[in-house]
Write a new protein. Structure first.
Length: 425
């Protein structure tokens, strides 16, 4: 018996937690292996210019108090290499100068429409813009997100295949400047884009990002447009159109750079909304879990395992520290550090996929020590809110307008093309 009590209890608990994390990591590894094996078979490395498919596209930008970002966002869209498109800005009852800035900055531009409406939330703003859109392809773009010149073209090319209902782009952090934003940059590469790339090959993409996603208008109409049932309207719509039989693809070279929260407080508000909205989406589409589809057999368990991993990981960290303090290094500690190495290897592979600077992987250390424990608070708070049916509001974040496009990264992804775009439509 020690000051910590019977260590066998801690060891048994640690073994159980390590087993849970091991199963979760094994699932991820199996998905990556599946993707790599399919890369050796069907792929397309043809240049973008070879395609003659060029449908009319409507880029819809919902905006609420976005005076710091909106001009730069629209300007980047208008410099697109894709020519057959219009831009629709929907001012959702802004209390600042959003509409004034847009109208004055782009006077006489025939491609741009500015619509105003009473505040009703992002889903209603998107639907309002879609109702006024002329394009057969709708691209949703957040007002704080910057497109590259080829983003639209790389999203649109997939719709030449008739059963494609939506295409997800590759969203990256464009304002990595402190520990909070750097940790989010790691998360965007690994936990979002990396896994979405794998889920693309298994026909079970969880979400087409609201910041960079393209939709076939017929699919949107069939789904009833964006819904306000959840706080993650993009995830809700992604599940809905797949349940209707449409295929959702991922295009990793369709790059977009967004403004991530700068402070812990802002980060907590955003992730609380995301997590709560994800749980809402899971409950709304829970019947999918029992259907014979990869959406139910892979996507659903995947979300659950990620939630469990966020809860379990900090507990494992604490118990390992206790074990090291009392017993020193042993087999359990060795297994723990082996899992950390596995995390790093998967992160390295994720960075290889998008040709990012691997020096950024150094931020994995503070992310694991500081970032993940914060997420346990977010998840537990979200679960409690779901159980007690607490009403959660959007809680819009304060913008600084400091998102920028990483030209070095863009050129690396577009020009090197180390991994081909798979054609499994």
């Amino acid at each position: 018996m020690t000051w910590f009590g019977d260590l066998s209890i801690y060891r048994s608990l640690l073994l159980l937690l390590l087993f849970i994390l091991g199963v979760s990591n094994l699932r991820r590894v199996l998905i990556m292996v599946t993707v790599c094996m399919r890369q050796w078979t069907n792929y397309d490395v043809s240049p973008l210019a070879e395609s003659t498919y060029a449908p009319f596209v409507s880029v819809v930008i919902p905006a609420f108090n976005e005076e710091k970002n909106i001009e730069q966002t629209i300007q980047m869209v208008l410099t697109s290499s894709y020519q057959n498109f219009e831009v629709i800005v929907v001012d959702d009852g802004s209390e600042d100068n959003t509409s004034f800035i847009v109208k004055n900055a782009f006077i006489g531009n025939q491609r741009l429409k500015v619509l105003t409406k009473d505040n009703g939330g992002k889903a209603t703003a998107l639907n309002y813009g879609i109702n006024h859109a002329q394009g057969e392809i709708i691209i949703a773009l957040d007002a704080d997100t910057l497109f590259t010149q080829e983003t639209i073209a790389r999203l649109v090319r997939h719709f030449e295949t008739p059963n494609i209902g939506a295409v997800a782009g590759n969203l990256l952090v464009g304002n990595a400047s402190n520990i909070i934003t750097h940790c989010q940059a790691i998360e965007y590469v690994i936990d979002q884009n990396f896994e979405r790339y794998a889920h693309d090959q298994l026909h079970c993409i969880n979400v087409v990002p609201g910041a960079v996603g393209a939709w076939r208008k017929n699919a949107l109409v069939a789904a009833g447009g964006y819904s306000s049932d959840t706080l993650t309207e993009d995830a809700d719509l992604t599940w809905t159109i797949q349940e209707l039989g449409w295929r959702v693809r991922n295009e990793r070279t369709a790059l977009a750079f967004t403004e991530a929260p700068h402070t812990i407080e802002a980060f907590l508000r955003q992730r609380y909304r995301w997590t709560f909205g994800t749980l809402q989406t899971m409950l709304k589409h829970r019947k999918t879990l029992f259907k014979n589809s990869t959406l139910g057999w892979i996507a659903f368990p995947g979300i659950i395992s990620q939630i469990l991993a966020c809860i379990v990981t900090p507990c494992v960290d604490i118990i390992v520290i206790i074990t090291l303090f009392v017993n020193g290094p042993d087999r359990i500690v060795s297994v723990y550090f082996a899992m950390i190495i596995l995390d790093f290897v998967l992160a390295l592979f994720g960075y290889f996929l998008i040709q990012a600077k691997c020096i950024n992987l150094l931020w994995i250390v503070p992310q694991r020590l500081l970032y993940r424990p914060v997420m346990i608070y977010v998840i537990l708070k979200s679960l409690w809110s779901i159980l007690v049916r607490h009403e959660v509001k959007w809680n819009k974040l304060e913008r600084r307008g400091d998102s920028r496009i990483d030209d070095v990264l863009v050129n690396s992804v577009i020009s090197s093309n180390p991994l081909p775009v798979l054609l499994n439509d």
